[in-house]
Design a protein around this ligand. Structure first.
Ligand code: DP6
Length: 392
């Protein structure tokens, strides 16, 4: 049995992907841009294996067997096997590309909570299969066919997904803009408002938006300029411009959701209160120190610089406390102490206190792309190709 185990990161878009021009190949109507997050906090882990004795392709996700007979998984398998065959040639004795595949995958965070679990999952699957079959070169276009945003999780740092124009999708892939170490002061704070499954999935939501949102037609004209300006801001570490474009793009995406008929609303009252919090904080500070962005769910993702992290966390903890009794919010990920905020900051923000509205915080940074785990003990499959967790 030949196996490979890898991990892959989550990414959070600052210029959102919303809408496809080709549903089967997953080709977008606009380019998008994201930061890849640190994998200690959020990652998918996948083991893939091939063996001549396997009789069918099989997959387990978070301990449950899943069907591989979906169009997206079949497209990924077909493309990776095609490239493996092309690379090895039909003369390859092992005919590894015609053996059946077993896959076992798990996330270290709630699946489908609007935390881009499908992006990390498909990026991890494609990266692992590429290593298993010795496929090299560009593979983000294969990840794209699993889930659009997954192509951006193939790289670390800030990553752009170029929409491309060709009908076969060969020019629609991800590209790293700056490596993970480029802007070390950049911090990312995820405010988990809900870890429940979202009511309208992104795939379905964006389909309806493309069908009937007139605002989406307008957005497509705006994105190229935003892509140019935010790329420049990231390269030059211009936080103010980066933050302003990020917030405007999130707002525009959610405006399109409301302009979709019937309307889609991912943000909740708590999400909107976080938006107010950020603008009040920036106003009071006299400069843009924090940016928010929301994906297809109520959770907020804040981008901010290290020097402001302690102050922002203590204010989040004050205005969105865990409980009435003043218990501190739970923080997962990179350690940070929660201090008492200054009375001056509290008075200046003049916001209501909303206990119990944020479940926990995830404190992370911009991180690296997928990694191979070469220690065999990391494998999620036993020697006969079944999930370790189900084989005791
Ligand atoms: C709001 O990549 O999940 O997170 O391609 O249909 O699988 P499919 O959609 P998906 O959509 C992500 C939408 C988003 C914005 C973004 O990540 O750019």
């Amino acid at each position: 049995m030949k196996t490979v185990t890898c991990t892959a990161p989550v990414n959070i878009a600052v210029i959102k992907y919303w809408g496809k021009r080709d549903e089967n190949l997953i080709l977008p109507v606009n380019s998008s841009l994201s930061a890849t997050l640190g994998q200690n906090e959020l990652r998918a882990k996948t083991t893939v294996a091939v063996d001549p004795s396997f009789t069918e392709d099989k997959m387990w996700l978070n301990d449950k067997e899943q069907s591989v007979n979906t169009q997206r998984i079949q497209n990924v398998f077909r493309e990776i096997r095609r490239r493996a065959r092309k690379r090895k040639g039909d003369g390859d004795k092992s005919k590894i590309f015609s053996q059946k595949i077993h896959i076992c995958s798990e996330n270290n965070f709630p699946t489908a909570a609007g935390l881009a679990s499908s992006a990390a999952g498909y990026a991890c699957l494609v990266y692992s299969l590429a290593k298993l079959f010795d496929v090299d070169g560009e593979i983000s276009d294969i990840a794209r066919q699993g889930s659009g945003s997954a192509c951006r999780s193939i790289y670390g740092g800030f990553v752009e997904w170029q929409m491309g124009t060709k009908a076969d999708g060969s020019d629609s892939f991800a590209k790293q803009i700056t490596p993970a170490q480029h802007w070390p002061e950049m911090c990312i704070l995820i405010l988990v408002v809900s870890d429940q499954k979202k009511h309208t999935g992104s795939t379905e939501g964006m389909q309806t938006s493309v069908q009937n949102s007139r605002l989406l037609e307008k957005r497509i004209e705006v994105v190229p300029e935003r892509m140019t300006n935010i790329t420049k801001a990231i390269k030059e570490k211009d936080f103010h411009t980066f933050a302003e474009i990020t917030m405007k793009d999130s707002n525009q995406f959610h405006a399109i959701c409301l302009d979709t008929y019937p309307p889609i609303s991912y943000m909740t009252d708590v999400s909107r209160q976080i938006v107010r919090f950020v603008h009040s904080f920036n106003n009071h500070s006299g400069e843009t120190k924090v940016a928010y962005t929301f994906d297809a769910g109520p959770n907020a993702c804040l981008y901010l610089l290290e020097k402001d992290l302690g102050r922002v966390i203590s204010l989040v903890n004050h205005f969105f406390p865990a409980q009435d009794n003043g218990l501190n919010l739970k923080v997962q990920g990179l350690p940070v102490s929660i201090d008492k905020p200054s009375q001056k900051d509290i008075d200046a923000l003049s916001l209501p206190v909303l206990p119990n509205s944020i479940k926990y915080l995830i404190n992370t940074k911009v991180g690296e792309g997928p990694q191979i785990l070469s220690d065999p003990s990391e494998s999620l499959l036993t020697d006969n190709g079944h999930p370790k967790t189900l084989s005791s």
